[in-house]
Design a protein around this ligand. Sequence first.
Ligand code: FPP
Length: 254
Amino acid sequence: MKMADFTPKNQSQVDLENLPKHVAIIMDGNGRWAAQRHLPRIAGHREGIKSVQEIVTFARKIGIKTLTLYAFSNENWHRPAKEITQLMVLLERYLNKELKTMMENGIRLRAIGQIDRLQKSVAKLVHKVEEETKNNHEMDLVLALSYGGRAEIVDAIKKVYQDLRDETLSIKDLDEKHFSNYLYTEDISDPDLMIRTSGEVRVSNFLLWQVAYTELYFTKTLWPDFREADFLKALHEYQGRERRFGLVSGGQNH
Ligand code: FPP
Protein backbone atom coordinates (compact mmCIF):
# COMPACT_ATOMS: atom_id res chain seq x y z
CA MET A 1 0.00 0.00 0.00
CA LYS A 2 1.14 3.52 -0.68
CA MET A 3 2.32 5.36 2.42
CA ALA A 4 0.82 8.54 0.97
CA ASP A 5 -2.55 7.14 1.98
CA PHE A 6 -1.70 7.75 5.63
CA THR A 7 -1.30 10.93 7.58
CA PRO A 8 2.32 11.30 8.84
CA LYS A 9 1.19 10.72 12.45
CA ASN A 10 -0.41 7.38 11.70
CA GLN A 11 2.45 6.29 9.44
CA SER A 12 4.90 6.46 12.29
CA GLN A 13 2.52 4.70 14.68
CA VAL A 14 1.50 1.52 12.88
CA ASP A 15 3.96 -1.00 11.48
CA LEU A 16 2.35 -2.31 8.31
CA GLU A 17 4.75 -5.26 8.24
CA ASN A 18 3.51 -6.47 11.61
CA LEU A 19 -0.27 -6.38 11.39
CA PRO A 20 -2.56 -8.86 13.11
CA LYS A 21 -3.54 -11.49 10.57
CA HIS A 22 -7.10 -11.78 11.86
CA VAL A 23 -9.11 -8.98 13.48
CA ALA A 24 -12.58 -9.65 14.92
CA ILE A 25 -14.95 -6.83 15.86
CA ILE A 26 -17.99 -6.64 18.14
CA MET A 27 -19.77 -3.68 16.55
CA ASP A 28 -21.68 -2.24 19.49
CA GLY A 29 -23.40 1.06 20.20
CA ASN A 30 -25.58 1.74 17.16
CA GLY A 31 -28.68 2.18 19.32
CA ARG A 32 -26.96 4.60 21.70
CA TRP A 33 -25.55 6.58 18.79
CA ALA A 34 -29.12 7.03 17.50
CA ALA A 35 -30.57 7.79 20.95
CA GLN A 36 -28.00 10.55 21.50
CA ARG A 37 -29.40 12.21 18.37
CA HIS A 38 -33.06 11.50 19.21
CA LEU A 39 -33.22 9.28 16.14
CA PRO A 40 -34.79 5.81 15.76
CA ARG A 41 -32.43 2.86 16.34
CA ILE A 42 -32.42 2.04 12.63
CA ALA A 43 -30.60 5.33 11.98
CA GLY A 44 -27.76 4.02 14.15
CA HIS A 45 -27.62 0.75 12.23
CA ARG A 46 -27.59 2.67 8.93
CA GLU A 47 -24.68 4.78 10.10
CA GLY A 48 -23.06 1.58 11.40
CA ILE A 49 -23.09 0.21 7.85
CA LYS A 50 -20.96 3.18 6.80
CA SER A 51 -18.41 2.17 9.42
CA VAL A 52 -18.57 -1.41 8.10
CA GLN A 53 -17.85 -0.18 4.57
CA GLU A 54 -14.99 2.04 5.70
CA ILE A 55 -13.34 -0.56 7.95
CA VAL A 56 -13.67 -3.38 5.38
CA THR A 57 -12.10 -1.24 2.64
CA PHE A 58 -9.36 0.00 4.93
CA ALA A 59 -8.54 -3.43 6.36
CA ARG A 60 -8.22 -4.80 2.82
CA LYS A 61 -6.06 -1.86 1.78
CA ILE A 62 -3.52 -2.22 4.58
CA GLY A 63 -3.32 -6.01 4.27
CA ILE A 64 -5.40 -7.56 7.08
CA LYS A 65 -6.02 -11.14 5.89
CA THR A 66 -9.19 -11.92 7.87
CA LEU A 67 -11.78 -9.52 9.26
CA THR A 68 -14.67 -10.97 11.27
CA LEU A 69 -17.69 -8.82 12.11
CA TYR A 70 -20.37 -9.73 14.66
CA ALA A 71 -23.37 -8.60 12.63
CA PHE A 72 -26.21 -10.52 14.31
CA SER A 73 -26.06 -12.63 17.44
CA ASN A 74 -28.35 -15.44 18.54
CA GLU A 75 -29.44 -13.11 21.36
CA ASN A 76 -30.45 -10.49 18.77
CA TRP A 77 -33.40 -12.78 17.84
CA HIS A 78 -35.02 -11.49 21.05
CA ARG A 79 -35.16 -7.91 19.73
CA PRO A 80 -38.49 -6.46 18.52
CA ALA A 81 -39.56 -8.04 15.21
CA LYS A 82 -39.48 -4.65 13.52
CA GLU A 83 -35.80 -4.11 14.35
CA ILE A 84 -34.88 -7.64 13.22
CA THR A 85 -36.61 -7.04 9.88
CA GLN A 86 -34.83 -3.71 9.48
CA LEU A 87 -31.45 -5.32 10.22
CA MET A 88 -32.14 -8.05 7.66
CA VAL A 89 -33.09 -5.47 5.02
CA LEU A 90 -29.86 -3.60 5.72
CA LEU A 91 -27.89 -6.83 5.45
CA GLU A 92 -29.51 -7.70 2.10
CA ARG A 93 -28.83 -4.22 0.76
CA TYR A 94 -25.26 -4.36 1.97
CA LEU A 95 -24.56 -7.72 0.31
CA ASN A 96 -26.23 -6.74 -2.96
CA LYS A 97 -24.33 -3.48 -3.09
CA GLU A 98 -20.94 -4.71 -1.91
CA LEU A 99 -20.65 -7.85 -4.05
CA LYS A 100 -19.07 -5.76 -6.82
CA THR A 101 -16.55 -4.19 -4.40
CA MET A 102 -15.71 -7.64 -3.04
CA MET A 103 -15.01 -8.95 -6.54
CA GLU A 104 -12.92 -5.90 -7.47
CA ASN A 105 -10.85 -6.15 -4.29
CA GLY A 106 -10.38 -9.89 -3.97
CA ILE A 107 -12.54 -10.16 -0.86
CA ARG A 108 -14.07 -13.53 -0.02
CA LEU A 109 -17.26 -13.53 2.04
CA ARG A 110 -17.71 -16.27 4.60
CA ALA A 111 -20.63 -16.54 6.96
CA ILE A 112 -20.51 -18.21 10.37
CA GLY A 113 -23.53 -18.97 12.53
CA GLN A 114 -26.86 -20.74 12.16
CA ILE A 115 -27.43 -19.25 8.71
CA ASP A 116 -30.47 -21.43 8.09
CA ARG A 117 -32.33 -19.63 10.89
CA LEU A 118 -32.26 -16.46 8.76
CA GLN A 119 -35.19 -15.63 6.51
CA LYS A 120 -34.93 -17.84 3.39
CA SER A 121 -34.19 -15.00 0.96
CA VAL A 122 -31.41 -13.65 3.22
CA ALA A 123 -29.83 -17.09 3.71
CA LYS A 124 -29.97 -17.63 -0.06
CA LEU A 125 -28.27 -14.31 -0.74
CA VAL A 126 -25.56 -15.02 1.85
CA HIS A 127 -24.82 -18.39 0.20
CA LYS A 128 -24.84 -16.77 -3.25
CA VAL A 129 -22.26 -14.15 -2.26
CA GLU A 130 -20.14 -16.81 -0.55
CA GLU A 131 -20.22 -18.88 -3.72
CA GLU A 132 -19.44 -15.99 -6.07
CA THR A 133 -16.52 -14.75 -3.98
CA LYS A 134 -15.03 -18.14 -3.10
CA ASN A 135 -11.99 -17.75 -5.37
CA ASN A 136 -11.02 -14.35 -3.96
CA HIS A 137 -7.88 -14.55 -1.86
CA GLU A 138 -6.83 -11.09 -0.71
CA MET A 139 -8.98 -10.95 2.41
CA ASP A 140 -11.65 -13.08 4.08
CA LEU A 141 -14.60 -11.03 5.33
CA VAL A 142 -16.32 -13.24 7.88
CA LEU A 143 -19.83 -12.19 8.90
CA ALA A 144 -21.16 -13.73 12.09
CA LEU A 145 -24.91 -14.04 11.53
CA SER A 146 -27.31 -15.72 13.90
CA TYR A 147 -24.12 -16.58 15.73
CA GLY A 148 -23.51 -17.68 19.30
CA GLY A 149 -20.24 -19.07 20.62
CA ARG A 150 -21.83 -21.64 22.91
CA ALA A 151 -24.21 -22.78 20.14
CA GLU A 152 -21.16 -23.15 17.88
CA ILE A 153 -19.49 -25.46 20.40
CA VAL A 154 -22.66 -27.52 20.90
CA ASP A 155 -23.13 -27.79 17.10
CA ALA A 156 -19.51 -28.95 16.82
CA ILE A 157 -20.06 -31.62 19.47
CA LYS A 158 -23.09 -32.91 17.54
CA LYS A 159 -20.98 -33.22 14.38
CA VAL A 160 -18.21 -34.95 16.32
CA TYR A 161 -20.76 -37.42 17.70
CA GLN A 162 -22.06 -38.15 14.18
CA ASP A 163 -18.55 -38.80 12.88
CA LEU A 164 -17.73 -41.04 15.84
CA ARG A 165 -20.92 -43.00 15.20
CA ASP A 166 -20.21 -43.22 11.45
CA GLU A 167 -16.64 -44.25 12.33
CA THR A 168 -15.18 -41.49 10.14
CA LEU A 169 -13.53 -40.19 13.31
CA SER A 170 -11.70 -42.18 15.94
CA ILE A 171 -11.75 -40.85 19.51
CA LYS A 172 -7.96 -41.11 19.75
CA ASP A 173 -7.61 -38.59 16.88
CA LEU A 174 -9.73 -35.97 18.62
CA ASP A 175 -7.52 -33.22 19.99
CA GLU A 176 -7.91 -29.41 20.19
CA LYS A 177 -6.69 -28.86 16.64
CA HIS A 178 -9.01 -31.50 15.19
CA PHE A 179 -11.97 -30.29 17.23
CA SER A 180 -11.59 -26.77 15.88
CA ASN A 181 -12.26 -28.12 12.38
CA TYR A 182 -15.80 -28.89 13.56
CA LEU A 183 -16.49 -25.26 14.48
CA TYR A 184 -18.17 -22.86 12.02
CA THR A 185 -14.75 -21.23 11.60
CA GLU A 186 -13.19 -24.56 10.40
CA ASP A 187 -9.97 -23.49 8.61
CA ILE A 188 -10.15 -19.80 9.61
CA SER A 189 -7.29 -18.90 11.96
CA ASP A 190 -8.06 -17.69 15.50
CA PRO A 191 -8.33 -13.90 15.86
CA ASP A 192 -5.13 -12.12 16.89
CA LEU A 193 -7.05 -9.02 17.95
CA MET A 194 -10.66 -8.59 19.06
CA ILE A 195 -12.12 -5.08 19.21
CA ARG A 196 -15.33 -4.13 21.02
CA THR A 197 -16.78 -0.67 20.64
CA SER A 198 -19.14 1.37 22.86
CA GLY A 199 -17.50 0.91 26.25
CA GLU A 200 -18.89 -2.53 27.11
CA VAL A 201 -16.12 -4.76 28.46
CA ARG A 202 -17.42 -8.23 27.64
CA VAL A 203 -16.92 -10.97 25.06
CA SER A 204 -20.70 -11.61 24.82
CA ASN A 205 -20.63 -15.14 23.43
CA PHE A 206 -18.43 -14.20 20.46
CA LEU A 207 -15.86 -16.73 19.21
CA LEU A 208 -15.56 -18.28 22.67
CA TRP A 209 -13.29 -21.14 21.66
CA GLN A 210 -11.23 -19.02 19.26
CA VAL A 211 -10.35 -16.13 21.61
CA ALA A 212 -8.22 -18.26 23.96
CA TYR A 213 -5.06 -16.24 23.18
CA THR A 214 -6.57 -13.22 21.41
CA GLU A 215 -5.60 -9.69 22.44
CA LEU A 216 -8.72 -7.80 23.52
CA TYR A 217 -9.19 -4.09 22.82
CA PHE A 218 -12.09 -2.08 24.20
CA THR A 219 -12.95 1.46 23.18
CA LYS A 220 -15.71 3.83 24.32
CA THR A 221 -16.25 4.95 20.70
CA LEU A 222 -19.69 3.90 19.44
CA TRP A 223 -19.65 1.72 16.31
CA PRO A 224 -21.11 4.37 13.95
CA ASP A 225 -18.24 6.67 14.99
CA PHE A 226 -15.56 3.97 14.64
CA ARG A 227 -13.60 4.77 11.50
CA GLU A 228 -10.06 4.44 10.03
CA ALA A 229 -8.31 6.49 12.71
CA ASP A 230 -9.93 4.43 15.49
CA PHE A 231 -8.95 1.20 13.75
CA LEU A 232 -5.35 2.40 13.46
CA LYS A 233 -5.36 3.23 17.16
CA ALA A 234 -6.43 -0.33 17.98
CA LEU A 235 -3.74 -1.75 15.69
CA HIS A 236 -1.16 0.48 17.33
CA GLU A 237 -2.09 -0.70 20.81
CA TYR A 238 -2.01 -4.31 19.62
CA GLN A 239 1.50 -3.83 18.28
CA GLY A 240 2.64 -2.58 21.66
CA ARG A 241 1.54 -5.74 23.43
CA GLU A 242 3.70 -8.78 24.04
CA ARG A 243 1.97 -11.99 23.05
CA ARG A 244 3.25 -14.86 25.15
CA PHE A 245 0.72 -17.63 24.48
CA GLY A 246 1.30 -18.92 28.03
CA LEU A 247 5.10 -18.88 27.72
CA VAL A 248 7.51 -16.61 29.60
CA SER A 249 8.61 -13.33 28.05
CA GLY A 250 11.73 -12.65 25.99
CA GLY A 251 11.70 -16.00 24.19
CA GLN A 252 13.56 -17.78 27.05
CA ASN A 253 11.46 -20.91 27.16
CA HIS A 254 14.11 -23.60 26.76
C1 FPP B 1 -25.02 -3.24 18.04
O1 FPP B 1 -25.68 -2.05 18.25
C2 FPP B 1 -25.05 -3.70 16.68
C3 FPP B 1 -25.83 -4.71 16.17
C4 FPP B 1 -26.92 -5.38 16.88
C5 FPP B 1 -25.62 -5.23 14.87
C6 FPP B 1 -24.57 -4.58 14.05
C7 FPP B 1 -25.15 -4.40 12.74
C8 FPP B 1 -24.77 -3.49 11.83
C9 FPP B 1 -23.61 -2.58 11.97
C10 FPP B 1 -25.54 -3.41 10.59
C11 FPP B 1 -25.62 -4.67 9.78
C12 FPP B 1 -24.30 -5.25 9.51
C13 FPP B 1 -23.80 -5.60 8.31
C14 FPP B 1 -22.48 -6.25 8.22
C15 FPP B 1 -24.50 -5.34 7.06
P1 FPP B 1 -26.83 -2.05 19.35
O2 FPP B 1 -28.10 -1.96 18.60
O3 FPP B 1 -26.68 -3.22 20.24
O4 FPP B 1 -26.48 -0.72 20.09
P2 FPP B 1 -26.84 -0.37 21.61
O5 FPP B 1 -26.12 -1.36 22.47
O6 FPP B 1 -26.30 1.02 21.74
O7 FPP B 1 -28.33 -0.45 21.72
